[in-house]
Design a protein around this ligand. Structure first.
Ligand code: NDP
Length: 313
């Protein structure tokens, strides 16, 4: 017999959807695997302290938060396999979700596989990850280690501008490194950055190496305009070079936007296929917060529940 609902993912969107559906008695089945390049538990597993998730006045680590969310979802009857989803067949009903060893027929699917922030592939990037390097200024910028330091943001898009502006509240100065001689960000964001007295924009600059013993201390840069190398002190480094949504396993089954994100009907979790819902960073390139992903997971659960009851499934 087909399942009522399968959830693919294991971040805040997936566990919140599972919690709501389990409490509604729908016994959701979760594939919490690696999701084509992601990590189980999602991006929170690679962040340190989470200070902006409401309800934890003293903060909580990303890992603890994900563990608690999973426990809460399981408590009400969520079933979980750690398997990866290899592919999915949405061309027939019930849908078929194929894991590495389990195949499941299901009337509805909630896709909550998240996205991964891209990281620079330079010397020091792996070694100093989470030691002064972050891919989310809004998540980590307020941490004490970044206070009153010279901070560096890499990227030339809207995210880079937004993060640089956000970091001016905490750092003594913010450097924005843009690899081309122009930014890709919207004009208004560029103007804000270029007129900020605390931000210095370095066009045509790329990072060659991130240097530091235990924490990021400085960067070795290439100034391709002048064709010379130089060093920049850095008390923190923030990547804002784009995200990659984990949608590879869909293999053309669901229309995606030009950057690979699932498109949902605004204000809902509806995708273009009835009975298939999406939640969290896999369909959100704008907010990308744990709390917004959790909220979207709740929306997807309510949408799936309503779909099932209308179809009397
Ligand atoms: P984008 O893909 O728009 O920009 C990524 C930036 O990173 C580009 O400037 C790119 O440079 C640069 N980059 C990529 N790889 C490297 C690298 N290896 N080294 C150095 N620089 C690199 O991503 P965003 O996250 O900024 O934005 C994604 C989408 O979300 C956009 O559509 C944006 O408009 C939207 N957004 C909207 C916001 C809002 O409305 N408030 C806020 C945030 C995002 P290059 O230009 O040279 O390719």
């Amino acid at each position: 017999m087909a399942e009522k609902v399968v959830i693919i993912g294991s971040g805040p969107a997936a566990w919140t959807a599972a919690l709501y559906l389990a409490r509604a008695g729908l016994k959701p089945f979760v594939f919490s695997g690696f999701q084509s390049g992601g990590i189980p538990g999602g991006q929170l597993m690679i962040t340190g302290e989470v200070e902006n998730y409401p309800g934890f006045p003293m903060g909580i680590t990303g890992r603890e938060l994900m563990k608690s969310m999973e426990e809460q979802a399981r408590r009400f009857g969520t079933r979980v396999t750690g398997e990866d989803v290899i592919d999915i067949d949405l061309s027939k009903r019930p849908f078929l979700v194929r894991g590495t060893s389990t195949n499941i027929d299901t009337h509805t699917v909630i896709i909550a596989t998240g996205a991964n922030a891209k990281r620079l592939d330079v010397k020091g990037s792996k070694e100093l990850w989470n030691r002064g390097i972050s891919a989310c200024a809004v998540c980590d910028g307020a941490l004490p280690i970044f206070r009153n330091k010279e901070l560096v943001v890499v990227g030339g898009g809207d995210t880079a501008c937004e993060e640089a502006l956000f970091l001016t509240r905490f750092g003594s100065k913010v450097h924005l490194l843009v690899r081309k001689n122009e930014m890709r960000a919207s004009k208004i964001m560029q103007d804000r950055v270029l007129t900020s007295s605390k931000i210095e924009v370095h066009f045509q600059h790329e990072i060659m190496e991130i240097v530091g013993k235990n924490m990021v201390e400085k960067l070795r840069l290439k100034d391709s305009g002048k064709n010379e190398e130089r060093e920049l002190p850095a008390g923190g480094l923030f990547y804002a070079i784009g995200h990659q949504p984990n949608t590879g396993f869909l293999k053309g089954q669901l229309p995606l936007d030009e950057t690979g994100y699932i498109q949902v009907k605004p204000g809902s979790s509806y995708t273009s296929i009835e009975g298939v819902f999406a939640a969290g960073d896999v369909c959100d390139k704008r907010y990308r917060q744990a709390i917004t992903a959790a909220g979207m997971g709740c929306m997807a659960a309510l949408d799936a529940e309503s779909f099932l009851s209308h179809k009397a499934l």
